[in-house]
Write a protein that binds this ligand. Sequence first.
Ligand SMILES: N=c1c2ncn([C@@H]3O[C@H](COP(=O)(O)OP(=O)(O)OP(=O)(O)O)[C@@H](O)[C@H]3O)c2ncn1[C@@H]1O[C@H](COP(=O)(O)O)[C@@H](O)[C@H]1O
Length: 105
Amino acid sequence: MRATLHHLEQTIAERRSADPSQSYVAKLTAKGRGKIAQKVGEEAVETVIAALSGESAEIVGESADLLFHWLMLLADCGVSLDSVLDELERREGLSGLAEKAARKE
Ligand SMILES: N=c1c2ncn([C@@H]3O[C@H](COP(=O)(O)OP(=O)(O)OP(=O)(O)O)[C@@H](O)[C@H]3O)c2ncn1[C@@H]1O[C@H](COP(=O)(O)O)[C@@H](O)[C@H]1O
């Protein structure tokens, strides 16, 4: 999971400055952060609709679109994927500590 997302993060970083006529990443980047954010919102809504329909293939496809556009938004904001994954791992550690504390009570 980490490796796939990191590879896509790297690809996006490389394609941002490509020829917009040859690259979707470059084309959307050129439209600005507002448009990238809008795409994230649209793909999130499409993922929700797919989830409510219960169609696994739709959920997979829309989730992939969402993650891809979310990575594009992170790149545009200069935020690394690692910083988000690190935050999730920090929270996992916190919940582990909370569980240990609860067991001691
Ligand atoms: N993972 C993706 C990926 N997922 C979705 N998309 C594109 O995202 C677009 C948005 O989907 P929509 O259904 O909203 O289509 P749309 O109607 O064209 O949307 P609008 O832009 O018109 O709003 C589609 O054109 C898809 O082709 C992607 N485009 C690229 N990638 C990855 O990015 C890499 C670099 O792509 P290029 O920049 O095109 O070289 C590729 O090798 C892939 O690994």
